[in-house]
Write a protein that binds this ligand. Structure first.
Ligand SMILES: [Mg+2]
Length: 213
C-alpha cells in the first residue's frame, strides 16, 4: 500500500531535549541533597516524571511527603521549561529538516504524536511547527503509550488509515503503541529497538522515502 502520512514522536526523533531533562533532574536532586550524575540519568530513560522522581529518591534512600513529592515534580518541570527556552533549529536531530521538506514536496501528510504536554511549544522553538498538518500531544490524551490512542487520533485527523501511515519512534512504548494500532513502525536512534521493528535507523538521514511513497 502507498504511504500517505508520516507520524513522528517528538523527543528523541525530531529533537533531543534529553540533556535538558537531565539538568532539570540534577537540580531537583540537588534540592534533596542527592548526588545525580549522567550515569544515574541512564536509569530514567523512557521513564515517566513520577517514576523518575521515585528512582531519584531511591538513589538517595529518602522518603518524603506526598505534598513535597508533588511540589518537586512541579519544580522539575519548571526547571525544564526554563532550560528549553534556548532551543533552536540547531537542536533538530540529523535528517529531520530534509525529510520534512521532501515529504511535503511529495504531498504526504505530516503529524507529531507525543506524550509531552510541551510538544507545541518545543516545535515552535525549533522552528518546524508549520510542517505539520496536526499535532497530538499529552494534552489530548487519555491513555499513555503503549496505548495506540496518540497515533490513532493522528491518523483520524489526517483522514488516513493506520496502514497508510509510518510512525517513527525512539522508545519501546511508542513502537508497541504503533504496532498495536497497526501502523508501520520504524525505530530511530535507539539501538535497543533493533529487534522490535521491521526497520531500524540510527537517524532519519537513513530513511529512504522513495521506498514507500
Ligand atoms: Mg521519544
Amino acid at each position: 500500500m502507498k504511504i500517505r502520512a508520516l507520524i513522528f514522536d517528538l523527543d528523541g526523533v525530531l529533537v533531543s531535549t534529553e540533556h535538558n531533562h537531565f539538568i532539570a533532574w540534577q537540580k531537583t536532586a540537588q534540592t534533596l541533597g542527592i548526588e545525580f550524575t549522567e550515569v544515574h540519568n541512564e536509569l530514567l530513560k523512557g521513564v515517566s516524571r513520577i517514576d523518575s522522581l521515585k528512582k531519584i529518591l531511591e538513589l538517595g534512600k529518602k522518603v518524603i511527603s506526598e505534598d513535597y513529592f508533588n511540589q518537586l515534580l512541579q519544580e522539575k518541570n519548571n526547571f525544564y521549561l526554563e532550560s528549553i527556552q534556548n532551543l533552536s533549529q540547531d537542536h533538530l536531530l540529523k535528517g529531520v529538516l530534509n525529510l520534512l521538506v521532501k515529504a511535503k514536496n511529495e504531498g504526504l501528510k505530516l503529524a507529531v504524536g507525543s506524550s509531552s504536554k510541551n510538544a507545541k511549544h518545543i516545535l515552535q522553538l525549533v522552528g518546524i511547527m508549520e510542517y505539520f498538518d496536526t499535532i497530538i500531544d499529552g494534552n489530548d490524551l487519555t491513555f499513555p503509550k503503549p496505548h495506540p490512542e496518540v497515533f490513532l487520533k493522528g491518523a483520524h485527523l489526517l483522514d488516513c488509515q493506520p496502514d497508510e501511515c509510518i510512525v517513527f519512534e525512539d522508545a519501546l512504548s511508542g513502537i508497541k503503541a504503533a504496532k498495536e494500532g497497526r501502523f508501520i513502525a520504524i525505530g530511530v536512534g535507539n539501538p535497543t529497538l533493533k529487534n522490535e521493528t521491521q526497520l531500524y535507523l540510527d537517524d532519519l538521514t537513513q530513511f529512504r522515502l522513495e521506498d514507500y511513497a
